[in-house]
Design a protein around this ligand. Structure first.
Ligand code: BG6
Length: 490
């Protein structure tokens, strides 16, 4: 992405919550990968901060283990890892002590003038204290920017409190909200596909599109995050952020430029056009489920409450039929569907076009299927367009037509480019100060405003999660109910 001159690189990254799960699974391996490719500034330093008692040596070991465990083997390199570890430091801090970040500031020293990025990889309940401690340690100002990641609140009201807290020290231009889906290559490719080709955009509207499906099906369960997940649920864990961001990118009007404001201005328009749910539409336009015991890849897995160790009404599956009240998308359903412990791991955005207005082949027995464009994000990255073709033959018994795929496998087309962790891209953009792939406050608020209507509608309609077998395609209701399309059944 082009850099505008207002972007200043941050040479120092301060990672609060450096010993946590996100840090070990994603942030440290991504930073190593960037460092190994010389993409970080020459004077890059990472200062890990957490409550655990540890010294630099201990943190270097923790980071080394994290890289070894979580980065693909072919990206590991002992010499480069040692060089990366040299850039790592650690300071213990207890945020109950307002002065706790002063030693961190002392360690940064003169390098502060080369920019500081602060990543708050801590619970939002600690943000007030973290912001106060940053202020006390004189780490705010023009040269400091901050990164945060969900969960940013549990509803619109609490998200505003969190954002106000951050905004008390960091203006919006220096606040970077991570949604790791925006760091995924196929998500960015959606923009290129839509706005870099003449083929699709003229058809990208209610006249020609029947419906859009956004599916994030996972086979994983709780993955050791029981407390967080049980108090959050799938609607807030997945739909509020990743899925609505995908929806915004699919549905937005063409931005004038590839820059942060132009893109985010268009996304927020879409998010504000989401039609709120009511108790009546909740019953026909939504399904929520919770996985029971079952089997994944032929191995028995326990149900959610067994995983959790206590009874719970938290949903692990959500299907919604959503609408946008705007000119382009009037009447086009957006089927959002996501769940844990489903039959397959599959993340996909599918655009289902309408049938042709008249089939000239009908009288000769030819059956047409409407075109479908699928963008697969996971497990493979590919773009597939189904088009009708004629089955070769002499057609004595009628014309035989078949839907065939025009495939673009990104792995094959761009085979010499490695597939990266989404955080690599986002961490680099954060350190370079490019906000285009980060979520702006008004987007988050529009997302919450919609999600709040869904939660309220479930409550008013008395809807509870229906149990589905782990390893299945979700609750039976999501098959039977024609309004909530099952996206795993094609
Ligand atoms: C996270 C959610 O944001 O995204 C997890 O908290 C979910 O529950 C994960 O498993 C999915 O991300 P990805 O990149 O594996 O599709």
């Amino acid at each position: 992405m082009t850099q505008d001159s207002s972007h200043q690189h941050a040479a120092t990254l301060i990672l609060l919550g450096a010993t946590g799960d996100l840090s070990q699974r994603m942030l440290l391996p991504s930073l190593f990968a960037l460092h190994a490719e010389n993409l970080l500034p020459g004077d890059f330093r990472l200062i890990g901060v957490a409550r655990t008692d540890m010294d630099d040596k201990g943190f270097r070991k923790l980071a080394g283990d994290a890289v070894t465990q979580h980065l693909l083997r072919d990206r590991q390199n002992a010499a480069r890892l040692a060089a990366f570890q040299e850039c790592l430091h650690y300071r213990r801090a207890d945020l109950d002590d307002g002065e706790c970040l002063k030693p961190v500031r002392a360690l940064v020293g003169d390098a502060a003038k080369n920019g500081i990025g602060v990543f708050l990889s801590i619970a939002p309940t600690l943000f007030v204290k973290a912001i106060a401690a940053l202020s006390q340690a004189d780490m705010a100002g023009e040269h400091v920017r901050v990164a945060v990641e969900k969960p940013l609140g549990e509803d619109l009201a609490s998200s505003k409190v969190i954002d106000d807290t951050i905004a008390s020290l960091f203006p919006e231009a220096r606040t970077f909200r991570f949604d790791h889906y925006l760091g995924k290559e196929t998500v960015q490719n959606l923009l290129v596909l839509r706005f870099g080709n003449m083929l699709f955009e003229p058809l990208w509207r209610s006249q020609y599109i029947d419906h859009i499906e956004i599916t994030v099906a996972e086979t994983v369960g709780l993955e050791g995050r029981a407390d967080y997940f049980d108090s959050t649920g799938t609607l807030r864990d997945m739909v509020q952020n990743h899925m609505l961001q995908l929806l915004a990118l699919v549905a937005m009007e063409p931005p004038n430029h590839y820059d942060a404001d132009a893109i985010r201005d268009e996304k927020v328009q879409v998010l504000r056009a989401l039609r709120g749910f009511t108790a009546k539409t909740a019953k026909t336009h939504s399904v929520l489920g919770q996985y029971g015991p079952g089997a994944i890849a032929n191995s028995r897995v326990p149900g959610y409450t067994e995983d959790l160790g206590k009874p719970s009404q938290t949903e692990t599956f959500v299907a919604l039929k959503a609408y946008l009240d705007n000119w382009r998308w009037q009447g086009v359903p957006f089927y959002l569907r996501t769940g844990k412990r489903l039959a397959q791991w599959r993340t996909e955005v599918a655009i289902q076009f309408k049938p042709v207005p008249h089939s000239m082949f009908a009288g000769r027995g030819g059956k047409l299927e409407a075109n479908r464009l699928s963008l697969r994000l996971q497990p493979e990255e590919d773009v597939r367009l189904s088009v009708m073709g004629k089955v070769p033959g002499l057609d004595r018994e009628g014309i035989q037509l078949e839907s065939v795929n025009l495939d673009l496998s990104l792995a094959t087309a761009f085979g010499n480019h490695r597939r990266r962790i989404a955080y690599e891209r986002l961490l680099l953009d954060f350190l370079e100060g490019d906000p285009a792939l980060f979520v702006r406050r008004d987007e988050v608020e529009a997302q919450w405003a919609f999600i709040d209507t869904v939660r309220k509608s479930w409550k008013e309609a008395g809807m509870m999660p229906q149990i589905y077998d782990a390893g299945s395609c979700g609750p039976d209701a999501s098959f039977g109910q024609k309004d909530v399309k099952n996206c795993l059944d094609d």
